[in-house]
Write a protein that binds this ligand. Structure first.
Ligand code: FMN
Ligand code: COI
Length: 389
């Protein structure tokens, strides 16, 4: 989502709802509450932020073909994600440094997500140690997002800790050999606010983010720690140090999807990192089908993240073959606006919108959602060509 313009914010203030009724309004409340450096970090995309805009535009270009006169008085939104049951197919993507949004940070998210019976992915760059996040909601479904560090011993210890703490999969982020250039972070000289630390590294590597940079402190921090040599062989290495399933996050092409299959990954997140890495990458919803078609018949699940702000966005992704979607910023907006309760409200909104859309589409359960229920720009182009022949 685009950063809000001064004009949009002024318009919102004029009609400020006491209680936000959608995710976009939660973003506006969060913007009012957060310090500028923090809001900008959460909201921004890379460079021109073209991909950031495109994430929403691409969803807007897809329309539905709803079916009618179907009994939808009883609905079931549940599914499984790598065998773990979730109440609805909207899960939580990893977002770093959540204690900047609210004091309880990742612990609040953990409790809210568990109470909604869905799945949370914890960023390895959390401001709370992974064990404390697990303890905050012991029965919640949880994955651990991994960046591979130059210090492989540190990486290995982190993986073992995640496994010991009950995280059920490693979500390996593969689109960040270097941090994308977020110009607001450069201007703001982004750094971790005083009193916060990267909770998982306290005993491992340099826990403090530099504050004296003439650039984004985060970009320098990432450059000093994350291993840019990461490649498919390292997936094999990871498999020698853990038996947790590996989900690769950041795949955008059929070629890489097939590499994930070849290297024994259990899942793929079709993701462009919330438009924060390579600008002019496509919107994820536009490449989802390419990935789904490439791996059809293989034992691998495909998920999508990026720009999901409405229950109907999730329906579109499922119709195009995703097993579930993940949301990043909406959770942070909920946290900033209302802590644990704010996250619960955001997830409840998305769940309820999804349920309503499911009924209006004529579906009783996720099994009823199918490809014929959406029309994409590619479908329209094909129809136009056929009409001309
Ligand atoms: C503030 C912020 C921090 C993020 N931190 C991480 C991270 O630590 N690890 C990671 O793999 N992805 C990270 N991401 C990317 C998200 O996991 C996800 O791909 C993206 O936010 C999805 O798009 P959405 O925000 O439009 O829902 C971050 C995204 C944001 C906005
Ligand atoms: C600590 C960062 C690498 C987190 C991240 O992935 C992001 O800001 O997009």
């Amino acid at each position: 989502m685009q950063p809000l313009s001064a004009q949009a914010l002024a318009q919102y203030r004029a009609a400020a709802p006491m209680d936000p009724v959608n995710v976009m309004e939660y973003q506006m409340v969060a913007k009012e509450k957060l310090p500028k450096m923090v809001y900008d970090y959460y909201a921004s995309g890379a460079d021109d932020q073209w991909t950031l805009q495109e994430a929403r535009s691409a969803f807007e270009r897809i329309t539905f073909r709803p079916r009618v006169l179907v009994d939808v008085s009883v609905q079931d939104m549940s599914t499984t994600i790598l065998g773990q049951k979730v109440a609805f197919p909207i899960c939580v993507a990893p977002t770093a440094m959540q204690c900047m949004a609210t004091g309880q940070g990742e612990k609040a998210t953990s409790r809210a997500v568990a109470s909604m019976n869905t799945l949370m992915t914890l960023s390895s760059w959390s401001t709370t140690p992974l064990e404390e996040v697990a303890k905050a909601a012991p029965h919640g479904a949880r994955w651990f997002q991994l960046y591979v560090y130059k210090d492989r011993a540190c990486t290995e210890r982190l993986v073992r800790r995640a496994q010991a703490a009950g995280y059920k999969a490693l979500c390996l982020t593969v689109d960040t050999p270097r941090l994308g250039r977020r110009e607001n972070d450069v201007k703001n000289r982004f750094h971790l606010p005083d009193g916060l630390t990267m909770g998982n590294f306290l005993d491992l590597v340099q826990a403090e983010m530099p504050t004296d940079q003439k650039d984004s402190g985060l970009a320098a921090y990432v450059a000093s720690l994350i291993d840019p040599t990461l490649n498919w062989k390292d997936v094999e290495w990871l498999k020698t140090i853990t038996n947790l399933p590996i989900v690769v996050k950041g795949v955008l092409t059929a070629e890489d999807a097939l590499m994930a299959v070849k290297h024994g990954c259990a899942g793929i997140v079709v993701s462009n990192h919330g438009a924060r890495q390579l600008d002019y990458s496509p919107a994820t919803i536009d490449v989802l089908e390419e990935v789904v078609n490439a791996v059809r018949g293989y034992p691998i699940e495909v998920y999508l993240d990026g720009g999901v702000r409405r229950g109907t966005d999730a329906l579109k992704a499922l119709a195009l073959g995703a097993r579930a979607v993940f949301v990043g910023r909406p959770v942070v907006w909920g946290l900033a606006a209302g802590g644990e309760e704010g996250v619960r409200k955001v997830l409840t909104m998305l769940r309820d919108e999804f349920k309503l859309g499911l009924a209006l589409l004529g579906c009783q359960s996720l099994k009823d959602i199918n490809r014929s229920m959406v029309v994409t720009p590619a479908d329209r182009a094909k129809t136009a060509v056929r009409a001309r022949l």
